[in-house]
Ligand binder design. Structure first.
Ligand SMILES: Cc1ncc(COP(=O)(O)O)c(C=O)c1O
Length: 407
């Protein structure tokens, strides 16, 4: 065998901007776990890691599909019964101008494909700050500079419209709206959606409406109605891709099933959809048997949601009680999903706070700087999926830590 001098294989320099604080913290947690400590994980948005289980009728549907040998490739956009079920669900949400529907390996892949199909070098896309880090990671991969707009903590974490307006440039192609929001748990008002739609019309933007948590609304409005309004329903003329999937509402994140619903005026959105479909074909298809769970999920019993929301409401309330009675902590009450994003008043960085909290108290949360935040503010994200006993233990450890470290 010839001997060669092996040189280091360097990763692409554009990856320097890829940060995924949620998973990066896992390395520190591993160290702590190796020392024999049990970690209290308030950092991972995976319901199945806690006391939530995928509805059995969805499992049956996948099992049957596998037994029926639906184990080959599927059409690139997805199987017809699943696409029909997604269209039906979109119609129930008031989306009337559907131009296309496609199924992907989780919303993660929908985002990957939709952003790659849109952006040329030098273009930009408005993304929220704080944001769910998937968006900045995909943009870094595409070598696209970040253009973030603030969510306004003083306004219940609603998007800051003035900031959005001031950030739109000649090269802005679209805007990402995460609603219900990760990491803040806020839910957009109809008025806010209308105002964002108006900006999209004026500046010819596409809206990426990430609504993966739309069935996990914890509060009803004053008339007792579910206050989640789909962006695409408010703006039938505007090009919108609505993202949804089985990971959160249907408790099956490991199945990697997500989808995009494209709506808006046909003439405006069709050329872009050709690009999206090119990329869909290039990657063959999403997991095939798991797609059979989509009609089962969207058209079958929704009973699990009652229990899921009951648990989440109780855990949210426990979290908010703790936040309001703990010195140095304050939090806007989350209205959807399973995240709280408290502000902390501490003399050091929230990244140091989080790292030391894992090392000393073995509680894992994620620092606000991992999501982006207004300069001078400090936060941490709590995932309140664990049961009340675990949350109580974790919150008491965090309160002890705050007192011991900062007085
Ligand atoms: C706002 C948001 N979008 C997308 C995703 C990714 O979802 P999926 O599991 O469908 O890839 C997540 C996961 O936490 C999320 O919070």
């Amino acid at each position: 065998m010839p001997t060669t001098q092996l040189r280091e294989i360097a990763p692409a320099s554009r990856l320097e901007n890829v940060r995924y604080a949620i998973r990066d913290l896992a390395c520190i947690a591993d160290e702590v776990a190796k020392q024999g400590h049990k970690i209290l994980p308030l950092n991972v948005g995976d319901p199945n890691a806690f006391d939530f289980q995928t509805p059995p009728h969805m499992i049956e549907a996948v099992y049957k599909a596998m037994r029926d040998n639906k184990n080959g490739y599927s059409p690139s956009s997805g199987i017809k019964p699943a696409l029909d079920a997604i269209r039906g669900e979109a119609a129930r949400k008031g989306i009337t101008t559907i131009q296309d529907v496609f199924i992907t390996s989780g919303v993660s892949e929908t985002v990957d494909i939709c952003l790659a199909a849109l952006l040329n070098p030098g273009d930009n896309l408005l993304t929220p700050c704080p944001d769910y880090p998937l968006y900045s990671a995909v943009l870094a991969k595409l070598d696209i500079h970040l253009n973030t707009y603030y969510l306004n903590e003083e306004d219940g974490w609603q998007p800051d419209l003035d900031d959005i307006r001031s950030k739109i440039t000649r090269r802005t192609r679209g805007i990402v709206l995460i609603n219900p929001n990760n990491p803040t748990g806020s839910v957009c008002t109809r008025k806010m959606l209308e105002q964002i739609a108006e900006l999209a019309r004026q500046h010819n933007l596409i809206v990426f409406a990430d609504e993966i948590y739309d069935k996990l609304i914890l509060d009803s409005d004053s008339q007792g109605k579910d206050p989640h309004v789909a962006m695409a329903a408010v703006a039938p003329d505007v090009p919108v891709i609505t993202f949804g999937g089985l990971s959160k509402n249907y408790l099956a994140p490991g199945w990697r099933i997500g989808w995009g619903i494209a709506s808006g005026e046909a003439a405006a959105i069709k050329p872009y959809l050709e690009g999206v479909n090119k990329l869909l074909r290039a990657r063959l298809c999403a997991n095939h048997p798991e797609q059979y769970a989509i009609p089962a999920a969207l058209e079958g019993p929704q009973d699990h949601l009652i229990e899921v929301k009951r648990k989440l409401r109780s855990r949210r309330d426990l979290t908010m009680n703790w936040c309001s009675e703990t010195p140095r902590v304050g939090c806007v009450s989350p209205r959807g999903a399973f995240y709280a994003y408290p502000r902390i008043d501490i003399p050091e960085g929230d990244d140091v706070f989080v790292t030391e909290l894992i090392r000393q108290k073995h509680v894992m949360v994620v620092h606000g700087s991992g999501f982006g935040q207004r300069p001078g503010t400090k936060h941490f994200r709590i995932v309140f999926l664990p049961d009340e006993k675990t949350l109580t233990t974790a919150y008491s450890a965090i309160a002890d830590f705050l007192r011991e470290r900062y007085g």
